[in-house]
Structures are given as C-alpha cells and as structure tokens.
Design a protein around this ligand. Structure first.
Ligand code: COS
Length: 380
C-alpha cells in the first residue's frame, strides 16, 4: 500500500493550488454574485493544460489520469466550486469520446476540447427522468433518406449546456426497446432545431450555468452516433461512474476550503479574551471537520485509483461521492457556525461554500441513488 502522491502528482497539486489562488479565487465571489460563466478562467485553464487532463497527448491533451484530475478539481474547488464543476463536467465529454468514440470522432473533438477552444457537456436528465434515467423519452429517429438522426425532446438541468460547443445527448433511437433503445448522439451548438430553453436560477454553483435543452426536429448526421445504437444507457452509466469521482473531488475541495477558512478565522477572532482557536468546544468542531475530510479524500482517491488502473469502480465511486458530499455539507455547516454572524454574511466566502456544497448531494446522482447502487452491489 502507498498513500503518497508521486512527485509528479505533488508538482501538479502545487500548480493547481497556485492557479486556484491566483486566477480562480479573485473571481469566485464575482461570478457567484453575477451568476456569470468565467470564460476567461476556462481559457486560462486551457493554456495551462487543465482542460486536456485525461486526454492523451496524441489527441492534443495533457495526458494524466483520474487521480490527476481529482487533484486539480479539488484544488480548484477549495477556492471556487463553480470553476471546479465546469472543468470536471467538461472532461466527461472527452472521456466518453475516448472510451466509446471512433477514430474520426476522437480526431475531430478531442483536440478542440483539450485545447479549450470548445466546451463539452453531457445530457441525460429530462423533466420526468431524473433519478430514473431509464425513463428518458427524447428520441433520435434515423431518417434513412437523408442519413440523419432527427432529435425531439427536452433535456433539463444540464450543466454547461448553454455554453457547450458539443454535447453528448442520450436519446431513444428505438423507443420500442426502452433503455435498450437508447443511444448517445453528439450534437453541436448551432445545429438547427436545437435551442437553449430555461436558464435555471439556482441556490449555488452560480458560475456554472444550468439549462434546459430543446430539440425540435433537430437533424444531426448519422456519423455523430457515439458507439453502437442501443448501447447508450450503459455508456451513460459508465460516464457517470467517472463523473461521480469528479463530484467527490469537488466536495472534498469545498470542505478543505471551508476548513482552511475556519482555521484562519479561529486564530484571528478573539472572544472571551482569547482567539477562539483556544476554545475547546470550537476545537472539537475542527477535529470533526478534519477527520471527515481525511476519510472522504482517501475514498475519492481510492475510486480514482481504481478507475485509472482499469478496475471496476462503480461501487467505490458511488461510495466516494456519497460520503464526500455529506462531508462537504457537514463541514461547510460547521465552518459557517464557527464564523457565526460573519459566516452568514457574504463578506466571507462561507455562505457561498455552504450553498455550493449542497449540490454535491444531488447532481450526477442523488445520495439515495448512490445508496441504491452501493446496496445492489453489496447484496449482489
Ligand atoms: N456501468 C455500466 N453499465 C451499467 C451501469 C454501470 N455503472 N449501471 C447499470 N448498467 C447497465 C446494466 O448492466 C443494465 O444493462 P443490461 O440490461 O444489459 O444488463 C442496464 O444498464 C440497466 O441497469 P439497471 O437495471 O441497474 O437500471 P435501472 O433503471 O435500475 O437504473 C440507476 C439504474 C438508478 C443506477 C440509474 O438510473 C442512475 O444512475 N440514475 C441516476 C441518474 C443520474 O445520476 N443522473 C445525473 C445527471 S446526468 S445529466
């Protein structure tokens, strides 16, 4: 067993830490208050190679694996959960193309996504198909005459969907077969018949836009089919297994950021004639926070290690995300409590962290879905 990051991973962590401090933190409150997508930060993440993390160098990427990705995402999330989410979700597109795409699709999309000119997204959820993803009803019927899929339906709660240049949309190419008739189709921004609907007004993660996607006789070439027809549901689940590690890393980062803020505050804030760090009761909060974070962190990195070494990671990824998201909620709650009235005001970043933490228990699968995945796996 070896619980140490390699030299290269430690260097990457330092680069990510510096980037988060210098480029991400100054915008964190601004994008939160203005509900604004940080395009300039995304461009800088492209320059530094973060947008190509996990994509092989031969396709324009930076190489690296899921451990590297988790390192970057958690460092970004310490300062700004929105920025971490944008990167994490963007990389799902490339991961799906890498795993299921053909050579033309890899050559066409991976360099664009890795070099950061293009943003990617992933669309599975529908108004009546959230946790029950198999209930999705968007269709993509092949028009044999033109060799195009014709998409009809609505996807909702799609992170980054409004800004994405290309999206993997899961739709029924054979509705009579239910989930066995679902396929992944690549839809590019600007395709006639594809429009952005409602832009959601959310509790947190304001820098990461969440939108509705509307497909109204939207025609895409047959060549945009990802993998084989009818394999879409399994592909979506595989992608979500990876995405859940990303959310886990994001949750760990949010919690670590909240602990850092709390430690700083506890040394500065004087009550009853001494810094509150000297008060045993408050110190116990810190003990709880640090313990929860340590446990959550290593479960996330265990899941990332399983994935990056090609092992089955469905159960551990679900455990890692389930546990880390509880950790993020509980730790940000304690951090806010430590800050007292100041924590409730938006002069301090705690109220943003608290709001941002909550989504980690919901998106890329709710905690209840993870318990379902874990229990099915344990029970056999
Ligand atoms: N990896 C690969 N394939 C998987 C898989 C995984 N992790 N999980 C399930 N599958 C496959 C199964 O093997 C099965 O295929 P076969 O019929 O060929 O055996 C198929 O998918 C159906 O699996 P299952 O019967 O488990 O499907 P359910 O309808 O019971 O749903 C859950 C499974 C609930 C786990 C799924 O719907 C889910 O993850 N829901 C949450 C969705 C979500 O996270 N959304 C977030 C937003 S995405 S924009």
């Amino acid at each position: 067993m070896d619980f140490k990051f390699t030299e290269a991973q430690l260097m990457l962590q330092n680069v990510a830490k510096e980037f988060a401090e210098k480029e991400v933190l100054p915008l964190a409150d601004i994008i939160d208050r203005e509900h604004r997508y940080p395009a300039e930060t995304f461009a800088k993440m492209a320059e530094i190679g973060f947008t190509g993390i996990g994509t092989p160098v031969e396709y324009g990427g930076s190489g690296g694996n899921d451990i590297d990705k988790a390192i970057i995402v958690s460092e970004l999330a310490k300062k700004c959960a929105s920025t971490a989410a944008i990167l994490s979700i963007h990389t799902i597109f490339a991961q799906a193309i890498l795993k299921f795409g053909n050579e033309e699709q890899k050559k066409q999309y991976l360099p664009l996504m890795a070099e950061g000119g293009w943003l990617g997204a992933f669309a599975l959820t529908e108004p009546n198909a959230g946790s029950d993803a198999a209930a999705a009803r968007t269709t993509a019927i092949l028009d044999e005459a033109t060799g195009e899929y014709v998409l009809n339906g609505t996807k909702c709660f799609i992170s980054g969907g409004g800004k994405a240049n290309a999206i993997i949309v899961f739709a029924l190419t054979d509705p009579s077969k239910g989930l066995k008739g679902m396929s992944g189709i690549i839809v590019e921004k600007g395709t006639p018949g594809f429009t952005i609907g409602k832009i959601e007004n959310k509790m947190g993660l304001h820098g990461s836009e969440t939108v509705e996607l509307i497909f109204d006789n939207c025609r895409v070439p047959k060549a945009n089919l990802l993998g084989k027809e009818g394999r879409g549901f399994g592909m979506a689940m595989t992608c979500l297994d990876g995405a859940r590690i990303g959310v886990g890393a994001q949750a760990v980062g949010i919690a670590e950021g909240a602990l850092e803020e709390s430690v700083k505050y506890m040394h500065e804030r004087v009550q009853f004639g001494k810094p509150i760090a000297a008060l045993q009761g408050v110190g116990w909060y810190v003990a709880d926070m640090a313990t929860k974070i340590e446990a959550a962190k290593w479960l996330v990195f265990y899941a990332a290690w399983l994935k990056s070494t090609g092992q089955n990671h469905t159960q551990v990824a679900a455990m890692a995300k389930y546990n880390a998201s509880i950790c993020a909620r509980e730790v940000t709650n304690l951090a806010l409590q430590i800050h007292g009235g100041y924590g409730y005001m938006n002069d301090y970043p705690l109220e943003r962290m608290y709001r941002d933490a909550k989504i980690t228990e919901i998106y890329e699968g709710t905690s209840e879905i993870h318990k379902l995945v874990i229990s099915r796996s344990v029970l056999g």
